[in-house]
Write a protein that binds this ligand. Structure first.
Ligand code: SF4
Ligand code: SF4
Length: 717
């Protein structure tokens, strides 16, 4: 007994010392990042929200269970280990007393059964993981495997260790049955797995079972302690870090608005900011906040993000997983430099100094950590953030690095320069004259008031048309259809006409926070002067999901608060209230493409579908990738203004999926999507791969065909 106790305790102390040293190092590394006081303040002020999130995301495994088979396997393993904490107590107790039982509950048949049930559940979980990993072997599947780029060897080691934990547990319990010290010896076969193992071992006799009992109790403690060390030094760090990372993540998620720029934890004011002393985006690993560094340490390498990323799927070099792993590897390799004081840095090994000198963003010739092509391939579609089971905030990191590249290095794809110049000079990405914004109004056959100063008292909505809606021919049709429907429903609305400017979304998503702020402040002033701020009773209709997201969720960061509704939401309500009654049959097969900034970023999935479903005769069919798993059109993240030179085209990929349904129309609710999908459809038509009659239209254009309009006007033509 004494030897058993001494060995067990020595193993434990040694493992805690090694793992503790690593955890101490990790927390010092995380704290070398920028402060993020807003994360702590939010968690402190919203304790019930955080508690609920821990219960649903961590305990309930909500996001993991969205993928049913691997989710169930992970849940079985996770919950198994929670329950098996009790068996760890029992193993340690058995170091001091052979027949130790947890006081109060430790001899009940129910606990014996539950422990064995979860032990078997863990075995089933790791068997499932084994099959999943074999079927998705990156060596065979290449980029199609979500484990491509992950540290697969470490994953196999950990699966082996988990098996070791359960195997040693069941063997020592079985042996205990035969030596008469099993705490559940009076429970019969309720601890069923231990009972079965006990039956197998019984022929070996008391002596051998005594040796097995002692050996496998120590084996159990040894494997668990080794596991503790491996966890601290591997990707399985997420076991400890995931609850923390989830607790300090943005709520409700890291989609929708981009966070404002911060330096030293304070919001950056461009009037006072100094690029020599302030942090302008992320230009070095230590310019990420501690939450960013925590993200890097928490990544489980599951590859769910990678499997959904439109850039990765179309053979671009960007994988959101690989990006996080590259940042993590760099942070760990640079850590000795970051944690050393100035004089000590000079005497660091050459490889550490070389790592410290690597540019964060740069091509292979300058040994950059992140290739610029990776950085600029992101469409900000949000699929990665939506998938990530541990709430990693990929878009924030990508845009943080873009901000530095644009604002400090002036290094960004040059084809975007024209768009930025146009935004600065003309307030729209195409550089069209301001007066052109009002042209569509004159093409309508009813009056649309243009706000001159303050919105009229009897007008309920300000219709924010957006640059594409006012200036791009295809998007203009959607705007006209919406206006016609509003008019038909008796909704009072007015527009800003030439006084409207780009919301700044393309500049912000490109990383040019300066141009974004300039445009945003100008628009906030215009909207406030128009008297449509929140609380006035007036509302804003946005025809573009990017405008919708920016005005509703980003302008509040600059003091602009508005009640904003997307046009598909309003149309859905008007149909539901009977103010619009679709009566004309539209005998078409229709599929709906979810715009990322309406769907994933703002969770508007149902209303556009309600509108489509309300149209008589329409046969609506979903593409496989829809709603939360919708596939990007390729235009977000300012990609609308960048060339797509590598891999296949994202819009082609999406249209191919639609064509498999042979629809008559592809509907959507975003002008960017209309342009991107429309271009892909035109290319398919030219190649003879799509029927000539196939259209890409806005939901409003479909609805307008089904409405008996008060005044006959071909709005969607
Ligand atoms: S936001 Fe979309 S494109 Fe960008 S990394 Fe994530 S999944 Fe890929
Ligand atoms: S970032 Fe999230 S989804 Fe992607 S591999 Fe890491 S844990 Fe998985």
């Amino acid at each position: 007994m004494v030897a058993r106790m001494v060995i067990g305790l020595v193993l434990t102390v040694a493992a805690f010392a090694v793992a503790g040293r690593r955890l101490w190092w990790l927390q010092r590394l995380a704290l070398s990042g920028q402060p993020a006081p807003e994360r702590i303040a939010y968690a402190r002020e919203h304790a019930p929200v955080e508690l609920k999130t821990q219960l649903t995301e961590v305990v309930g495994q909500r996001k993991l269970l969205k993928w049913s088979v691997p989710g169930a396997a992970h849940a079985a393993t996770f919950w198994g280990f929670i329950i098996l904490l009790l068996t760890i107590i029992e193993a340690y107790g058995a170091l001091f007393a052979r027949d130790f039982a947890i006081p109060g509950i430790g001899r009940s048949a129910a606990l014996g059964f539950i422990e064995d049930l979860f032990a078997v559940g863990v075995l089933a979980g790791i068997a499932t993981f084994t099959v999943i990993r074999l079927r998705n072997d990156p060596h065979r599947e290449g980029r199609r495997s979500r484990f491509f780029g992950s540290h697969t060897r470490a994953a196999w080691v950990v699966l082996g260790m988990i098996f070791g934990v359960i195997a040693t547990l069941l063997i020592y319990r079985g042996a205990q049955e035969n030596t008469g010290v099993f705490p559940y010896r009076d429970a019969g076969a309720w601890p069923f797995a231990s009972w079965v193992v006990g039956k197998w071992l019984h022929p070996l006799g008391y002596g051998v079972n005594s040796v097995l009992e002692a050996t496998f109790i120590l084996g159990q403690i040894g494997v668990i302690m080794a596991f503790l060390v491996v966890v601290a030094y591997s990707k399985h760090l997420h076991i400890g870090l995931a609850p923390l990372n989830v607790m300090f993540s943005r709520r409700p998620d890291a989609l929708g608005p981009l966070p404002p720029m911060r330096s030293g934890g304070k919001m950056l004011d461009f009037e006072e900011a100094d690029p020599d002393t302030d942090v302008f985006g992320m230009g070095k690993i230590e310019e990420f906040s501690w939450k960013g560094l925590l993200d890097m340490g928490t990544c489980t390498e599951c590859g769910r993000c990678q499997s959904q990323c439109p850039a990765w799927i179309t053979d671009k070099p960007l994988s959101p997983k690989q990006l996080i792993l590259d940042l993590r590897d760099h942070a760990f390799a640079k850590a000795p430099y970051l944690l050393a004081d100035e004089p000590a840095r000079e005497s660091l090994p050459a490889d550490v100094l070389a790592e410290a000198a690597r540019p964060l963003v740069g091509k292979a010739d300058v040994n950059g950590v992140i290739d610029p092509e990776v950085l600029w391939a992101c469409t900000n579609c949000g699929a990665c953030v939506n998938e990530c089971p541990v709430d990693i905030e990929h878009i924030d990191h990508i845009n943080g690095m873009r901000r530095h590249q644009v604002l400090v290095e002036s290094a960004f794809p040059q084809e975007a320069q024209g768009m930025l110049n146009n935004l600065e000079r003309k307030g729209n990405p195409w550089g069209m004259p301001e007066m052109k914004r009002a042209e569509w109004i004159g093409e309508m056959d009813f009056e649309i008031p243009v706000i001159d100063g303050v919105i009229p008292a009897d007008v309920e909505y300000l219709y924010w048309v957006g640059c594409a809606g006012a200036l791009e021919d295809r998007a203009k049709k959607a705007v006209k259809a919406t206006a016609q429907l509003l008019h038909a429903a008796g909704v009072t609305f007015a527009v800003l006409g030439p006084a409207e400017a780009c919301t700044g979304d393309p500049a912000r998503r490109l990383g040019n926070e300066f141009v974004y702020t300039m445009l945003a402040q100008q628009n906030i002033e215009t909207l406030n002067e128009a008297g449509v701020a929140a609380g006035t009773g007036k509302k804003v209709i946005a025809s573009c999901p990017h405008c919708f997201n920016t005005i509703a969720r980003e302008y509040p960061q600059l003091g602009g608060d508005y009640e904003v509704i997307h046009h598909t939401q309003l149309l859905s309500r008007l149909v539901a209230d009977g103010r619009l009654t679709p009566v004309n049959e539209v005998n078409e097969k229709v599929t709906y493409h979810d715009p990322c900034f309406l769907g994933r970023h703002n969770k508007v999935y149902e209303q556009p579908r309600h509108v489509i479903a309300s149209v008589p005769g329409v046969q609506a069919e979903e593409m496989h990738r829809c709603k939360g798993k919708g596939f990007c059109c390729g235009a977000g993240g300012a990609r609308m203004w960048l060339e797509e030179r590598t891999g296949s085209r994202i819009n082609d990929n999406r249209v191919d999926e639609a064509l498999a349904l042979d629809p008559d129309s592809i509907t959507t609710g975003c002008p960017y999507c209309m342009v991107m999908l429309g271009d892909a459809v035109n290319a398919k038509k030219a190649a003879g791969q799509a029927k000539e009659t196939l259209e890409v239209i806005d939901v409003s254009q479909l609805l307008v065909r089904a409405i008996q309009l008060r005044e006959q006007a071909p709005a969607s033509e």
